[in-house]
Design a protein. Structure first.
Length: 122
Protein backbone atom coordinates (compact mmCIF):
# COMPACT_ATOMS: atom_id res chain seq x y z
CA UNK A 1 0.00 0.00 0.00
CA UNK A 2 1.28 3.39 -0.96
CA UNK A 3 0.16 6.79 0.30
CA UNK A 4 -1.13 9.03 -2.46
CA UNK A 5 1.22 11.84 -1.43
CA UNK A 6 4.22 9.56 -2.07
CA UNK A 7 3.13 8.59 -5.58
CA UNK A 8 4.39 10.25 -8.76
CA UNK A 9 1.83 12.23 -10.76
CA UNK A 10 2.20 9.75 -13.62
CA UNK A 11 1.59 6.69 -11.41
CA UNK A 12 -1.41 8.36 -9.79
CA UNK A 13 -2.85 9.28 -13.19
CA UNK A 14 -2.40 5.75 -14.57
CA UNK A 15 -4.08 4.19 -11.54
CA UNK A 16 -6.87 6.78 -11.83
CA UNK A 17 -7.44 5.85 -15.49
CA UNK A 18 -7.77 2.20 -14.46
CA UNK A 19 -10.15 3.04 -11.62
CA UNK A 20 -12.36 5.33 -13.71
CA UNK A 21 -12.49 2.83 -16.59
CA UNK A 22 -13.38 -0.04 -14.26
CA UNK A 23 -16.06 2.07 -12.57
CA UNK A 24 -17.75 2.96 -15.86
CA UNK A 25 -17.82 -0.74 -16.79
CA UNK A 26 -19.19 -1.78 -13.39
CA UNK A 27 -21.94 0.85 -13.71
CA UNK A 28 -22.87 -0.43 -17.17
CA UNK A 29 -21.84 2.84 -18.80
CA UNK A 30 -19.95 1.24 -21.66
CA UNK A 31 -20.38 3.95 -24.30
CA UNK A 32 -17.95 6.42 -22.67
CA UNK A 33 -15.39 7.93 -25.05
CA UNK A 34 -11.66 8.19 -24.37
CA UNK A 35 -11.76 11.96 -23.87
CA UNK A 36 -14.28 11.59 -21.05
CA UNK A 37 -12.20 8.89 -19.37
CA UNK A 38 -9.09 11.03 -19.75
CA UNK A 39 -10.71 14.15 -18.29
CA UNK A 40 -12.37 12.28 -15.42
CA UNK A 41 -9.11 10.47 -14.62
CA UNK A 42 -7.13 13.71 -14.56
CA UNK A 43 -9.78 15.27 -12.34
CA UNK A 44 -9.69 12.28 -9.97
CA UNK A 45 -5.88 12.29 -9.81
CA UNK A 46 -5.87 16.04 -9.07
CA UNK A 47 -8.55 15.70 -6.38
CA UNK A 48 -6.77 12.78 -4.73
CA UNK A 49 -3.42 14.61 -4.72
CA UNK A 50 -4.98 17.79 -3.35
CA UNK A 51 -7.67 16.64 -0.90
CA UNK A 52 -6.96 12.97 -0.16
CA UNK A 53 -3.16 12.89 -0.17
CA UNK A 54 -3.10 10.97 3.13
CA UNK A 55 -5.27 8.20 1.66
CA UNK A 56 -3.74 5.06 0.33
CA UNK A 57 -4.77 4.53 -3.28
CA UNK A 58 -6.46 1.36 -2.02
CA UNK A 59 -8.74 3.63 0.07
CA UNK A 60 -9.87 5.34 -3.13
CA UNK A 61 -10.44 1.95 -4.76
CA UNK A 62 -12.48 0.85 -1.74
CA UNK A 63 -14.52 4.07 -1.86
CA UNK A 64 -15.37 3.49 -5.53
CA UNK A 65 -16.09 -0.20 -4.91
CA UNK A 66 -18.51 0.60 -2.09
CA UNK A 67 -20.01 3.51 -4.02
CA UNK A 68 -20.77 1.40 -7.09
CA UNK A 69 -22.37 -1.26 -4.93
CA UNK A 70 -24.40 1.07 -2.71
CA UNK A 71 -28.12 1.48 -3.29
CA UNK A 72 -28.83 3.88 -6.16
CA UNK A 73 -30.34 7.12 -4.92
CA UNK A 74 -32.50 9.52 -6.89
CA UNK A 75 -29.62 11.97 -7.40
CA UNK A 76 -27.43 9.36 -9.14
CA UNK A 77 -27.56 9.41 -12.93
CA UNK A 78 -24.02 8.49 -13.97
CA UNK A 79 -20.43 8.85 -12.80
CA UNK A 80 -19.58 12.50 -12.19
CA UNK A 81 -17.11 14.41 -10.04
CA UNK A 82 -19.76 15.12 -7.36
CA UNK A 83 -20.60 11.41 -7.29
CA UNK A 84 -17.05 10.21 -6.71
CA UNK A 85 -16.39 13.03 -4.23
CA UNK A 86 -19.38 11.81 -2.21
CA UNK A 87 -17.97 8.27 -2.30
CA UNK A 88 -14.51 9.47 -1.17
CA UNK A 89 -15.93 11.59 1.67
CA UNK A 90 -18.08 8.70 2.86
CA UNK A 91 -15.12 6.33 2.85
CA UNK A 92 -12.98 8.91 4.65
CA UNK A 93 -15.62 8.95 7.40
CA UNK A 94 -15.50 5.13 7.56
CA UNK A 95 -11.69 5.18 7.95
CA UNK A 96 -11.85 7.90 10.60
CA UNK A 97 -14.58 6.01 12.48
CA UNK A 98 -12.44 2.86 12.44
CA UNK A 99 -9.47 4.78 13.83
CA UNK A 100 -11.68 6.32 16.52
CA UNK A 101 -12.96 2.90 17.56
CA UNK A 102 -9.41 1.58 17.91
CA UNK A 103 -8.35 4.70 19.83
CA UNK A 104 -11.20 3.97 22.25
CA UNK A 105 -9.80 0.50 22.91
CA UNK A 106 -11.31 -1.87 20.34
CA UNK A 107 -9.10 -4.58 18.90
CA UNK A 108 -7.67 -3.30 15.57
CA UNK A 109 -8.00 -6.78 14.07
CA UNK A 110 -11.74 -6.72 14.72
CA UNK A 111 -12.44 -3.25 13.29
CA UNK A 112 -13.27 -3.22 9.56
CA UNK A 113 -11.40 -0.62 7.48
CA UNK A 114 -8.88 0.10 10.24
CA UNK A 115 -5.35 0.65 9.09
CA UNK A 116 -2.45 1.80 11.25
CA UNK A 117 -0.87 5.17 10.66
CA UNK A 118 2.10 4.95 8.33
CA UNK A 119 5.47 5.11 10.04
CA UNK A 120 7.32 8.34 9.48
CA UNK A 121 10.82 8.13 8.10
CA UNK A 122 13.46 10.20 9.82
Amino acid sequence: MKLIKTMSKQDLLMLSVDLISKTYIELGQNNVDEDTISIMSQSLADDLARMYKNFYFEDAQNAFNLGVRSPITSDFIHLTVPTYMKWLRKHQDVVWDARSRVDKGEDPKQVPHYRPEPKLLR
